[in-house]
Design a binder for this molecule. Structure first.
Ligand SMILES: NC(=O)c1ccc[n+]([C@@H]2O[C@H](COP(=O)([O-])OP(=O)(O)OC[C@H]3O[C@@H](n4cnc5c(N)ncnc54)[C@H](OP(=O)(O)O)[C@@H]3O)[C@@H](O)[C@H]2O)c1
Length: 291
């Protein structure tokens, strides 16, 4: 029987599904959010909401107190509150790990496939730093690394398509990228949160599709009606964006640098091994999601 689970990031795309899955199993959940309104729809007899920010060490300690499992599904790549990968994905996670040690809680850390100290993407370097700190802590912990969330990219391409139904792709859009449905990730997260036998392991989850952004843009546009060709923000413009506006608006610089890396580096993923280990996990394709 799983005790109290603190879900940091419980208001996010993944976190909300995890909270729903846990409560459906009768697990008591506490959600940490910076904005209580974002969590209002989650509150019920089983879900307690606490207001706090993972960048605030003392506040994190208070939120973690009494929890048996701490789930980190936060990200500081984008979003409100001047977040950064360094302050949220590295330092915020360090605060959570420290507090989990005091509370003798297990930790479940959401990370990314490709997390590495020398990654061109700051987010990936900061996720690696959190993974390393967690391993060094000696806490009972499970790391869950995922590829790009399909729903996020479908939403981004849909929101930029406009009336002419031509989604905007950053870069050439010809590099194959693995996309995984957030539903599949939530199913695996639920599994590892509630199964102590997964402690001490790192799991990587990807989806069935390696698609270029152009291919995904075509699928998105086809669903919306008469499909138009995707528009492209050229790589040269991304370099300029990173070097100019990115200095004043760091989040735009991060997006430009991440887009350049995603346009070039190997983002493919073979899920066969992981899927064999968890054969009953949903395996949602882009075509299924968009149907
Ligand atoms: N999106 C992807 O493609 C992808 C791929 C692989 C792994 N992941 C990982 O999966 C996890 C979930 O991602 P997602 O896309 O579902 O996230 P999301 O929808 O962007 O939500 C982000 C969450 O982080 C919380 N958060 C951000 N800064 C915070 C802070 N300073 N203090 C407390 N909470 C903070 C937000 O909570 P409030 O705003 O309510 O405070 C929100 O619940 C993250 O760890 C992410 O790195 C994502």
């Amino acid at each position: 029987m799983t005790g109290l689970v603190l879900v940091c990031g419980g208001t996010g795309r993944l976190g909300q599904l995890v909270v729903g899955a846990l409560t459906a199993r009768g697990v008591a959940v506490r959600v940490l959010t910076r904005d209580v309104d974002r969590a209002a729809h989650l509150v019920d007899g089983q879900v307690e909401v606490v207001v706090g920010d993972v960048r605030d060490r003392a506040g994190v300690a208070a939120a973690v107190a009494g929890a048996d499992v701490v789930v980190s599904a936060v990200q500081g790549f984008a979003g409100p509150g001047r977040v950064t990968p360094a302050s949220v994905d590295r330092d915020g996670n360090l605060h959570l790990i420290e507090a989990a040690r005091s509370a003798a809680a297990d930790v479940i850390l959401m990370s990314v496939v490709g997390a590495a100290p020398n990654s061109p993407m700051e987010l990936f370097r900061m996720k690696h730093a959190a993974e390393a700190a967690l391993a060094a802590s000696g806490l009972p912990a499970t790391v869950l690394r995922a590829t790009a969330f399909l729903e996020l990219w479908v939403d981004l391409l849909t929101s930029t398509a406009g009336r002419r139904n031509r989604p905007l792709v950053f870069g050439r859009g010809e590099n194959p990228i693995n996309f995984v449905s957030v539903r599949d990730v939530a199913a695996l997260a639920e599994r590892v949160i509630t199964d102590p036998a997964t402690r001490g392991h790192t799991f990587e989850i990807g989806g069935p599709d390696d698609l270029t952004l152009d291919e995904l843009a075509h699928l998105v546009a086809a669903r919306r009606g008469t499909p138009g060709e995707p528009r492209h923000l050229p790589r040269a413009a991304l370099h300029v964006m990173a070097a100019t506006v990115g200095r004043v608006r760091p989040e735009l610089g991060r997006q430009a640098r991440a887009a350049l890396a995603m346009d070039r580096q190997d983002m493919t993923f073979d899920s066969a091994g992981m899927r064999a280990q968890f054969p009953d996990l949903p395996c949602t394709s882009a075509a299924e999601l968009l149907r």
